[in-house]
Design a protein around this ligand. Structure first.
Ligand code: KIV
Length: 283
């Protein structure tokens, strides 16, 4: 296993045009698989609201939930750079609250960085957290926490004017001291311009091949989350089919008395069965 990468390694990867591999992760076993596979970064995303808890969106997700899942991911992937996602209303209210909650990811979950949504409008939050000594990833484009304002889960930056707004947001995020920017659901042309104009790594989830690295939601790419599949998803497995089929076979085996078999049972020590039978018959 390679040593855990840090912000300098990610800067070098951008400079060397080596792509950064990035996946969301919410639990211990998946984190162990990510570590075995050799991913560079994991995001404990507030997408866990939908993928793990079955909410319709990310709004109900709490700091407590984020901390519990981030801790589990940290334990499963001690050698991967882990980013905790600031949930809705953990940073919107004030700079002080943003710093306090970012600090919780560090102190309670052992995170290496935090991510928060928004461009110029959250710049003082980013500066505050960076000035407190923490590492921040910005997130612009389709920002699920403000999807109500965006009119739903829709691609962003599809006109010259809205693309310019994203370019200005990215510049402001970099100037505020963020170590990286995540672009979600924007045209690849815009992703390319932002990547070329940024000195810091630019990660993509639906922002095209030219960005410095790629992110997918683990439930989407494994075929575990079926409620909806965004256009940018590539499925690398169909685990929901495999799991459902395994459950069906289990049900059938129980009903047909094919499970448990001899090899799944614990036998008494030699001679103990006979002793027990005598004891029971004398009751
Ligand atoms: O919560 C999350 O997983 C995210 C991605 C959608 C980028 O923020």
């Amino acid at each position: 296993m390679d040593k855990k990468k840090n912000v300098l390694d990610f800067l070098k990867m951008k400079k060397d045009r080596e792509k950064i591999t990035f996946l969301t992760c919410y639990d211990y076993p998946t984190a162990t698989f990510a570590e075995k596979a050799g991913l560079d970064m994991l995001l404990v995303g507030d997408s866990l609201g939908m993928v793990v808890y079955g909410y319709e969106g990310t709004i109900p997700v709490t700091m407590e939930q984020m901390i519990v899942h981030s801790e589990a991911v940290r334990r499963g992937a001690p050698n991967i750079f882990v980013i905790g996602d600031m949930p809705f209303m953990s940073y919107q209210e004030s700079v002080e609250k943003a710093i306090y909650n970012a600090g919780r990811f560090y102190k309670e979950a052992g995170a290496d960085a935090i991510k928060l949504e928004g461009g110029r409008r959250v710049i003082n939050r980013i500066k505050g957290i960076v000035n407190a000594g923490m590492v921040v990833m910005g997130h612009i484009g389709l920002t699920p926490q403000s999807s109500g304002q965006l009119g739903g889960f829709k691609a962003q930056g599809r006109t010259a004017q809205t693309a310019m707004e994203l370019i200005l947001d990215a510049k402001a995020i970099e100037e505020a001291g963020a170590f990286a920017i995540l672009l979600e659901a924007i045209p690849p042309e815009v992703g390319k311009i932002i990547t070329e104009r940024s000195q810091i790594p630019v990660l993509s989830i639906g922002a095209g091949i030219d960005c410095d690295g790629q992110l997918l939601i683990v439930g989407d790419m494994l075929g575990l989350f079926e409620a909806f599949t965004p256009k940018f998803v590539k499925k690398y497995a169909s685990l929901s089919d495999d799991i459902t089929e395994a459950f069906r076979k289990y049900i059938q085996d129980i009903k047909e008395k094919k499970f448990p078999e001899e090899k799944h049972t614990y036998r008494m020590e030699p001679g103990e069965k006979e002793k027990l039978e005598k004891m029971v018959s004398g009751m």
